[in-house]
Design a protein around this ligand. Structure first.
Ligand code: TRP
Length: 446
């Protein structure tokens, strides 16, 4: 059997996991669904979901992946042969594939806006809303989505260590620095405090079932959970890797970036008198104006969108890696052939998601447009189901003790706090909370 690739350095491996977690979810998706769901109260529910559900599920995925040493579907088959547990991995791969079909759309917007904010600066500033509508409904959106996908495929083709790890180590730190600069800019705008209030002052009358489902779905999405991604990445981790440390780093950076992005975006939204409930275009219609009011704004605007694109790229890599690893490990595809298949799927089902903002705007799937359908179905339904199956797998098949032992193997500290609360959280808190939220969403109890 050929030696399986492993990540070379600890820093690299954490950056790869962070690179997957920190993506469009933290900047584009988090801010827009927080805006739609009324602000502070959503943030509060979201943080609860991260701590009590996302964190234990992240630990479970890392331990499943490293214990098995193979990608998502195969991991379940290996740890539980001759059973139906592989279906848990199957749901994950399906969800991942759906996400792969709309993620390039938004990655393309950010790449496109890096260019538009230079070449079409006047139009973008004169009427950001109209400019974004024109851009996202036109042919350029398709071209940029294609470019985004092509970059991802090129990096994936280079392999795990030379491609994914090498790039993540450079790109992620760059993102943090830029974001910090933007936060300072946004907070010093006149009227910024309104935005800070919107973000941090909870108004619990805004918390609807839909908002809770959005928060839950987004917590999985943001941590790249329920997708087999962390299972797959952990399968490349060495046994002496400190999983508790990696877990804390991923959760802290992921949530930190989301909150920082909120602090860069909402003060600007309020200072410029824009609508926080704008929807999917929020980042693209609010930030160009904010940049304009700063010294060197013409430089920072493209820089920002390039960084959003980078964040998207490192995540899209991880999204495509899941079906790709399945084809390689399970069906014996070469990396090249696997990439061709995965790319073909992303193109065929991805083109309509770009067009959902233009020619296909009226095309409805289950009462919503195709893009929103992919996003909501994968994130709010499939991800929680996959995560729930993962919890059950730990409880009934792999065993909480085995999972905890795997978690601590290679850790500096055997009595790690997380290792003590994890067994309870993964058996009781996470599955019960996910089940309740899903049942409520299904209307089983009102
Ligand atoms: N977590 C990424 C983000 O915040 C998105 C992402 C990457 C993802 N890989 C995933 C979401 C796998 C679901 C599943 O943008």
């Amino acid at each position: 059997m050929k030696e399986r690739e492993q990540f070379a350095s600890r820093f690299g491996v954490v950056m790869v996991a962070v690179g997957s977690a920190v993506g469009l979810g933290n900047i584009w998706r988090f801010s827009y669904i927080l805006g739609v769901n009324g602000g502070g109260a959503f943030l509060f529910v979201y943080v609860l979901c991260i701590l009590f559900i996302g964190l234990p599920v992240l630990i479970s995925e890392l331990t499943i992946g490293r214990a098995a040493g193979v990608s998502a579907v195969s991991a379940f088959q290996k740890l539980a042969p001759k059973s139906f547990w592989w279906l848990a991995g199957g749901v994950a791969v399906l969800a991942c594939t759906m996400i792969a079909c709309y993620y390039p759309t938004v990655a393309g917007w950010s790449l496109g806006y890096a260019v538009e904010s230079i070449v079409n600066r006047a139009e973008v500033l004169a009427d950001p809303q109209a400019a974004f509508a024109a851009f996202s409904s036109g042919p350029k959106a398709l071209v940029y989505a294609g470019l985004a996908l092509a970059c991802t495929v090129a990096i994936l083709f280079k392999g795990v260590t030379d491609g994914i790890e090498r790039w993540s180590k450079v790109l992620m730190p760059a993102l943090f620095v830029l974001l910090a600069i933007l936060v300072v800019r946004a907070l010093t705008l006149p009227g910024a405090i309104e935005g800070v209030r919107f973000l941090f002052e909870p108004d619990f009358s805004e918390v609807t079932v839909g908002a809770v489902l959005d928060a839950l779905g987004h917590s999985f999405y943001s941590l790249s959970l329920g997708m087999g991604i962390m299972i797959t990445y952990a399968s490349y981790m060495k046994k002496d890797m400190d999983l508790p440390q990696a877990t804390v780093a991923v959760v802290a950076m992921d949530t930190g970036v989301a909150i920082l992005a909120g602090l860069a975006i909402f003060p600007a939204v309020f200072a410029l008198g824009l609508n926080p409930g704008e929807g999917a275009g929020l980042v693209f219609v609010t930030l160009p104006g904010a940049f304009e009011t700063m010294p060197l704004g013409a430089v920072f605007a493209p820089l920002f969108f390039i960084l959003v694109f980078i964040a998207a790229l490192t995540s899209l890599i991880s999204i495509l890696q899941v079906p790709l690893a399945l084809l390689e490990d399970r069906f014996g595809f070469s990396r090249g052939k696997g990439l061709v298949v995965v790319t073909a799927i992303a193109v065929v089902f991805g083109v309509p998601s770009v067009l959902a903002f233009g020619p296909l705007a009226d095309f409805q799937v289950f009462g919503t447009d195709y893009f929103t359908f992919l996003d909501r179905f994968a994130n709010n339904i499939l991800l929680p189901i996959a995560a729930l199956l993962g919890c059950l797998f730990i409880a009934f098949r792999m065993g909480v003790a085995a999972s905890t032992k795997e978690f601590l193997e290679g850790a500096g500290n055997d009595g790690h706090f997380l290792a003590r609360v994890y067994p309870f959280a993964i058996r009781f808190i996470a599955p019960v909370a996910i089940a309740i939220i899903l049942l409520r969403a299904a209307g089983v109890f009102a």
